[in-house]
Design a protein around this ligand. Structure first.
Ligand code: HMG
Ligand code: MG
Length: 307
């Protein structure tokens, strides 16, 4: 079993989004200390990019209201980038005050979802994030761009891949170094995921594409497997499969970090992640949330280790 990372440089970079995308959706508050412990355990497991919170309006996403305290208290390891979501200039101010080195702006590829999530249309969202990206870059802060609903929208239904390609290009032209393609509601299948990434890779470099698949319909691993041959090397994942989206009812978590690591190591692709240490993070957060995580790999390994 390929549980352990080998010593080569990672061929695939995993962006751990559990502390943000995962915990933003919890109904009960999660304390600063618990978030900090989770993030520290994830960095000790070998994750090199950890999305640790968001500087958004607390009225919209109360779970992220303590992000400044989280950034204050985490042990910042060399070589690990701790990132945060930022919707506007006010959010950027918060990120700068918390010495965040990399931010993510987030847009959707349907007007309906955009209205629900950030209270503006797609066109307005581009106009809104432009000054945020410029101001961040001027301060030496790297910017990632997210696009939501790339394989289907809970309100608008099917999405034309050309819309996703065009918005991806706009984000890169604006100065984002990477675009994360979010299947927010997890409806995509492998053929659709492949076609989408192929079309987006016609307008930006495949090295600028990350995939962000929620596992609502159980398709996330298949979708990742389908896009790897196109040259995708950045994958967003969440420990224990945490998550959902407050503005996409019924959406379950991101694909579990443990499941992706298990698949990639089985394909002899190095991630730099130590599965045993990752299981420590899984155990910790599952205990704190009072329920087992949804990672099939973690549940199998933990149960085998208990017996
Ligand atoms: P709005 O209500 O239109 O904004 O919200 P506003 O400018 O009118 O401000 C309203 C209030 O919020 C004001 O306070 C502002 O000061 C405050 P009041 O005067 O009423 O007391 N405010 C803020 N406070 C703290 N930080 C800020 C901030 N901005 C305004 N940055 C806004 C517009 C964009 C702010 C709001 O809609 C928002 O915060 N939305 C965030 C939604 C969100 O976080 N969604 C989840 C993340 S996206 C996601 O999960 C998808 C992803 O994972 C990819 C995928 O899966 O597809 C990334
Ligand atoms: Mg998400």
């Amino acid at each position: 079993m390929n549980e352990k990372a080998n010593n080569q440089a990672p061929q695939i970079r995993l962006v751990e989004v559990g502390p943000r995308d995962g915990l933003q959706n919890e109904s009960e508050p999660v304390s600063v200390d618990d978030k900090v412990t989770l993030i520290n355990l994830l960095s000790e497991a070998g994750l090199r990019t950890i999305e640790s919170g968001s500087f958004v309006a607390p009225r919209w996403v109360p779970q992220m209201a303590n992000t400044d305290a989280v950034f204050r208290d985490i042990d910042r390891h060399d070589g690990v980038t701790y990132t945060a979501l930022v919707p506007n200039l006010k959010g950027l101010e918060g990120a700068v005050a918390s010495q965040v080195e990399e931010i993510a702006v987030f847009l959707a590829v349907s007007d309906a979802f955009s209205q629900k999530n950030i209270n503006c249309t797609m066109a307005e969202s581009i106009t809104r994030v432009q000054p945020v990206v410029s101001a961040a870059l001027e301060k030496g802060i790297k910017v990632r761009g997210y696009l939501s609903c790339v394989l289907g929208c809970p309100y608008a239904g099917e999405i034309n891949p050309s819309t996703v390609a065009s918005m991806s290009k706009q984000l890169i032209d604006m100065g984002c170094y990477e675009v994360s393609l979010g299947d927010t509601i997890g409806v995509g299948t492998s053929a659709a995921a492949y076609n989408l990434v192929k079309q987006v890779a016609d307008v930006i470099s495949v090295s600028q594409i990350a995939v962000h698949f929620h596992d609502t319909y159980g398709q996330a691993l298949a979708n990742i497997h389908a896009v790897l041959p196109l040259g995708v090397t950045v994958i967003d994942t969440a420990v224990a499969g945490l998550g959902g989206c407050p503005y996409a009812k019924g959406a379950t978590g991101n694909v579990a970090t443990e499941d992706v690591v298990y698949m990639l190591h089985g394909m002899q692709l190095n991630t730099g992640i130590d599965m045993q240490r990752l299981l420590d993070a899984n155990r910790f957060i599952s205990k704190r949330l009072g329920r087992p995580g949804s990672s099939r790999t973690a549940n199998a390994l933990l149960s085998a280790q208990e017996h």
